[in-house]
Design a protein around this ligand. Structure first.
Ligand code: TPP
Length: 529
């Protein structure tokens, strides 16, 4: 009997990755995935925050090319940023182990969309495992590393908010591998994806995926009453909801959703007059059943939106499509009292700026009493969308456009926006406001390349300096100001820069009030050493 622990899904993934023999965990924070790498570090594994998800996946790819095991963590939208390496890594023969955690957020507890990354697995041809609880998060992480090493392919591990954050008992098995030995073996035919090699690699990928269908069929489990009056095919946390909503049904759990256990699903479905599919998000299992001639009862569109829960699954199984009760209104989010972003947004509002916003705590500047953000698309988009507005709007309006971005987001993908700004300069110039609260606040106070500390808050080897970087890139004016105390100076500066045709970066710098005490304690801990 292994060690019994009480773990969240994220803690279980971290522990299993270390137990599997981890050489490096790499990621970029994003709810609900952020705690995984902290826990890797707490369990003695090497872990780092990369500037963004594409960098994270590529660093991890290098580790796996050296024969090591690499874990990559990100939220679902992070995989959009990392999609370029993902699709080609699928073709590459990996000597080590490469497991990519995609933490999806159905219901958008903390996200800008509810994309279902099971679609990525199918589109890229990458195998994907899907745990339902902490025990399976532990077991399937171990399995993911095993499969990655056996088939020389990356593996996606898809978890959702409930799986990441719910706690449950998980038994830690006997596996305790040290980090894998590494060495470089030259093999350009399988790792340099020029068309001549990639054509062969694509065929290899498809043939391996066919072999993996047997693995998919073996990675299923039946729950509930095998003699039940109806069947349910489900995956992820929906399995648990279905077990509770329909204790008399037979439930087939799909743990590998790419490739899919088509034969198991077929054998299961034919046993019942009625077989439902219960899944969150897109119609991934349902469509696979239909494409393969497996007769199932699907979900009305109402249940495509948001998370499922036991009550909703009961309604779904009853075919109830009457409108659902509106959720109890919660307290709307707001910028903290004392947040350094507050005074900045007051000035933007009062000066009537057109604000191209970005993603971070500061997105809350859209809400009253500030109402001072006009668009927000994805991380890094503030600068580039602002530039598009500058190019397209009549001059009087173009002059009001300001791009607002946080420090972590600037290092993530904002830097590229500065490249675009200097290279394709709008006639009226542009003003970029970098809200530097010296931490990645929104996702739980993680370090970033500008804080000078590593993931575990010890001093980093290097610290990136925003002013030096943007100056070196050719920005005309680089101003640094504390808008919390220098209100009037900030308003005057902003108005002056907007009136000019210059390219301006204003760094509004003041540490996040919530992080300030922690940052002091990190400094103190270092001094003692
Ligand atoms: C591609 C992508 N990765 C991760 C996230 C999660 N996320 C939202 S905002 C944010 C960073 C915010 O930090 P910062 O820009 O420093 O602003 P702050 O919250 O500190 O004001 C992150 C990591 C996301 N929305 N999109």
């Amino acid at each position: 009997m292994g060690e019994r622990l009480f773990l969240s899904g994220n803690e279980a993934i971290a522990l299993a990755a270390v137990d599997a023999g981890l050489n490096r965990g790499v990621g970029y924070p994003g709810t609900p995935s952020s705690e995984i790498l902290d826990n890797v570090s707490k369990n003695g594994g090497a872990a780092e925050w990369a500037p963004n998800e594409k960098c994270a996946l590529e660093v991890a790819a290098g580790v796996s090319f050296a024969g090591g095991n690499a874990l990559v963590t990100m939220k679902h939208v992070g995989l959009n940023v990392a999609a370029d390496p993902l699709f080609t890594l699928a073709y590459i023969s990996i000597p080590g182990g490469l497991v990519i955690v995609s933490a999806d957020d159905p219901g958008m507890a903390s996200s800008q969309n509810e994309q279902d990354n099971r679609n990525y697995a199918a589109a890229a041809g990458v195998m994907m495992l899907e745990p339902a609880d902490s025990q399976q998060a532990y077991d399937l992480t171990l399995k993911a590393f095993e499969l990655s090493r056996e088939f020389h392919m990356p593996v996606l591990l898809r978890v959702t908010t409930r799986v990441c954050h719910s706690k449950g008992v998980a038994v830690r098995g006997g596996v305790r591998n040290p980090a894998h030995p590494t060495a470089f073996e030259r093999d350009p035919r399988t790792r340099v994806m020029i068309p001549a090699f990639a054509r062969i690699a694509h065929r290899r990928l498809r043939s391996e995926l066919h072999k993996l269908e047997d693995v998919a069929n073996s990675l299923t489990a039946e729950h509930g009453n095998p003699e039940g009056s109806f069947g349910i095919i489900a995956s992820g946390v929906s399995v648990l909801h279905a077990m509770e909503a329909a204790p008399d049904a037979a439930i087939l759990q799909v743990m590998m959703c790419n490739p899919m256990p088509i034969e198991k699903m077929r054998e299961f479905a034919v046993r019942f007059k009625r077989c439902f599919v219960v899944e969150e998000g897109d119609y991934v299992l349902e469509n696979a059943c239909r494409q393969n001639g497996i007769e199932v009862i699907g979900r009305p569109e109402l249940y495509r939106f948001g998370e499922l829960n036991v009550a909703r699954v009961r309604r779904l199984l009853a075919g109830d499509t009457t409108p659902e009760a509106a959720p109890v209104p919660g307290k709307p989010p707001e910028l903290c009292p004392g947040c350094p972003h507050r005074k900045t947004f007051e000035a933007l509002r009062d000066l009537g700026c057109i604000v191209s916003g970005d993603i971070g705590c500061y997105t809350l500047g859209v809400l009253p009493p500030f109402s001072a953000i006009d668009s927000c698309v994805c991380m890094g988009a503030s600068i580039t969308v602002g530039l598009g507005l500058r190019h397209a709007l009549p001059e009087t309006e173009a002059r009001k456009v300001v791009s607002v971005i946080g420090d972590s987001t600037f290092w993530h993908t904002g830097v590229n926006g500065i490249v675009e700004m200097v290279y394709n300069r709008p006639k009226t110039g542009h003003v970029v406001l970098i809200l530097d609260n010296s931490i990645t606040a929104m996702t739980g106070m993680q370090e970033n390349p500008g804080t000078g500390r590593r993931l575990d808050h010890t001093p980093a080897d290097g610290r990136l300096d925003i002013e030096a970087v943007v100056k070196a890139m050719g920005v005309d004016n680089v101003d640094v100001i504390d808008t919390t105390v220098q209100h009037e100076e900030f308003r005057e500066l902003l108005a002056r820069r907007l009136a000019s045709n210059d390219l301006t970066v204003i760094v509004a710098r003041r540490v996040c009030v919530i992080a300030a005490a922690k940052i002091k304690s990190y400094a103190a801990a270092t001094e003692v050493k």
